[in-house]
Design a protein around this ligand. Structure first.
Ligand code: SF4
Ligand code: SF4
Length: 231
């Protein structure tokens, strides 16, 4: 069985890795992936890459990449370079970032990364909410598969749930997330959530890994722009 070295990915900040056999995924998920991306059945494995913490943004800035979508483009480029160095001439295809949904949170649950938080951003036992899915690749590889590290949600052990009280829109009240309240508040001219999420900042889990203010502002500016476009 082939092995691989994740060092180059780690240096790029793509420090979360999961190797999954397509045959071991839930049947419906595997069938969707095959019908959308691999009708010829060329690929045996799915490689899920994520970033946790601050390293990806620092590596991206150091690369001086110029792009309208710097995180996606830097992640895609780093993954392609890593794969080409590790497995030359091996068939593969990056299916995320892309235009067709691939079920990132479902993959994150299988990998043992994802728990739901009150504000619907995934929470990880180590990284808190300061992680994200960056690349999904299908590949004709034969790598050792990952052993998921399943654990109780950090939220289950969080008695006070400070994120709930901190949301200025009350969007987390009553034990559920009300998207409309969040969106309406974020659109207000005086909103404190134009370029951040106060609830996310308030969560103590993984706070040492919180993104830089610049990265947080980058991501939330994009989501606010999308919200404004949907008006
Ligand atoms: S503050 Fe507590 S309940 Fe809220 S996301 Fe963090 S761990 Fe979960
Ligand atoms: S972005 Fe602001 S309004 Fe929306 S959930 Fe987070 S804290 Fe609440």
């Amino acid at each position: 069985m082939t092995t691989c070295d994740f060092t180059a990915l780690n240096h790029a900040g793509l420090n979360l890795h999961a190797i999954l056999n397509l045959d071991q995924l839930p049947a419906e998920m595997a069938a969707k992936l095959r019908s959308r991306f691999d009708p010829a059945g060329r690929y045996r494995q799915l490689i899920l890459l994520g970033h946790g913490g601050k390293t990806l943004w620092a590596a991206l800035k150091a690369s001086a990449i110029s792009s309208d979508n710097p995180i996606d483009d830097f992640s895609r480029r780093s993954a392609e370079q890593w794969f080409a160095a590790q497995f030359p001439a091996t068939a593969h295809e990056i299916v995320y970032p892309g235009t067709i949904p691939v079920g990132l949170q479902a993959l994150g649950k299988i990998a043992g990364w994802h728990h739901a938080s009150p504000f619907m951003v995934g929470i990880h036992q180590d990284w808190g909410t300061w992680y994200a899915y960056r690349v999904v690749m299908l590949a004709a590889t034969d790598l050792p598969t990952s052993t998921p590290r399943h654990s109780e949600s950090p939220c289950a052990r969080c008695a006070d749930k400070p994120c709930v009280a901190s949301c200025p829109a009350g969007a987390l009240d009553d034990g559920r997330f009300t998207l409309e309240k969040c969106l309406a508040y974020r659109r207000q001219p005086s909103s404190r959530c134009k370029t951040t999420c106060i609830a996310r900042i308030t969560c103590p889990v993984g706070s040492a890994h919180r993104y830089s203010d610049e990265q947080i502002a980058h991501s939330y500016s994009i989501s606010l722009r999308d919200i404004e476009r949907r008006r």
